[in-house]
Design a protein around this ligand. Sequence first.
Ligand code: ADP
Length: 501
Amino acid sequence: MSPREEILEKENRILKREYKRLEQDLQMLSNLNDYASRLRNFNEERVVAANRAKSNFLANMSHEIRTPMNAIIGMDEMIIRETQDPKISKYALDIKSASKTLLSIINDILDLSRIESGRMEIIPVEYDSASVFNDIANMTRKKAIDKGLDYYLDVAKDIPARLYGDEIRIRQIMLNIINNAVKYTEEGGIRISVTYDHDMETLFVAVSDTGIGIKPGDLDRLFNSFQRLEETRNRNIEGTGLGLNITKQLTEMMGGHMIVESEYGKGSTFTAVIPQKTIDGSPIGDFNAYLKKAMAQAEEYRPILVAPEAKILIVDDNEMNLDVIAGLLNSTRIKLTTAGSGAECIRCLKEGSYDVILLDQMMPGMSGKETLNVIRGERLADNTPVIALTADAIVGARDNYLRDGFTDYLSKPVMYEDLERILLKYIDASLLMTEEMLKYEEENKPRPIVLVVNDSPERLNEIKEMLGTGFKGVYVRDEEQAQKYLEGHEVEFVIRDGGPR
Ligand code: ADP
C-alpha cells in the first residue's frame, strides 16, 4: 500500500467511524424526538382529559345547582302569585331577581367552559332578521327606559329579510353588549344601530352609550375572562367579567370580530362585526313601524292558558319538582297526572292518553331518552308532543334533544312564562278557553244574592259598585216588592235604607 493509499484508508476508517457515530446520534435524536412527541401527545391528552373533566364537572355542577334552584324559583313564583301582602311580595320578587342573576352566572360559566374545551358549536340556520331585532328590543328596551335612559334602535332599511347564521349566538352577543351599555350608563341613553354590508355579507351591530367610558389603558384587558374594570367604582353593578370574553370568542368563532371605541367619562361604542349570508335579500324595510305593529298586536292578543279539558303527564323522579310544576299550573285548571319514573310514565300511557307529556331527563332507572324510545317504539303516544325537562342548560343541548326525537325542551328551573309558552304552543287550541268564554263563565257562576231595598237611583248605583262582581244584586224600590221577591227566592243578605255608608 502506498503512503497515499494508507492515508486514504485511514481517513476512510475515520469517516466510517464518524458516520457510524452520526448514525447513532441520529438514532438517538430520532428516539428523543419520538419520546418528545409521545410526551407531547401525553400532555395534550392530559390537557384534553383535564378539559373534558372540567367541562363534565361544570355540566354536573350546573345540573346539581339547577335542581334545587328549580324548587326555589318555583316555590317563590307561587308566593308571588298567592300573597296579598306587599312586603312579602317584595321579598319574593327580590328572590326572583337574585335567582335570575345566579342562573345567568351559571350559564356564563358553562358557556365559557364549553368554548375553552372546544365543545361550543356554532349552528347556522336560516332566520328572519326582523324577528331577532324584535326580540332584542323586547328584551332590552324596558330595562333602559326603567333606568331613565333614552333608547334608540336604528335598523337599516336594506337589511336582508332572511339571513343564514347562528341566530341564538347573534342574540346572545347583542344582548350582552346592550345589557352592558345599560348597566354602565347612568345618564343619557343608548343607541343600537344595525347595518349590513351586502358585498361582504356581514352584519354590523354597534351599541353606543353615554356611560362611564373606559380608560385607554384598560381597553386591552376588557376581553379577558373574569376581568372587571374599576372594581371599586362598579362594585354595585352586578357582573362576573365573563360576558365580553364570551362575546368576543363567539364573534370570532363566527368569523367576525369586536371593535371597541371609548372615551373615558363620555361613553363607549361596542361593535360586533359578524358575517351572515343572505338567504332572502328583500329589504327588511321600516323596522320601527314593524316593531310598533308587533307591539300593538302583542297587546291586543294575549292568549290565556286555561284549559280544563287538557290532560298533561309530568314525569320527574324529584317530588319537589312535580309539586313546583303542579303549583305553577294550578290556576290553569289543566288535568295533571304525575309519574315518578320512566316505568310509571309508560304505565300511565298504556292506561290513558294525554295532550302533552313533560319528561325529565335525568332519572334513576330509565332516563328520559330511554323512556321516549319506549314510548315511540311501542307507539304509546304517537301524536303527543313530548317535551324534555332538563337541568343541563347548555345552549346547543336543545338540538340534541330535538335530534333524540323530543318535540321541544324546557330548561330547569322552570319559569312560569316558559312553561306557559310551551303549553300554549302544544296544547290544541280547541282545548284552550278564550277570554269570552272566561268572561261568560264569570258572569254566570252562581253568586250569593243580595237584595237591596232603596228608592234612590244614586244610592242604588253606589251600592251596585260596592257589591262588585262577587255578589248578584237584586234591586227593588220598596218593602212591598222586597217581600214579593223574598217569597220566591233564597237571599244571602238584605240591605235596607241604603245600608252602610
Ligand atoms: P361584567 O359582567 O362585569 O359586566 P363583561 O365581561 O361584560 O363583564 O365586561 C367586562 C368589564 O368591561 C366590565 O366589568 C366593565 O368594567 C367594562 N365594560 C363593559 N361594557 C362597558 C360599557 N358599555 N361601558 C363601560 N365599561 C364597560
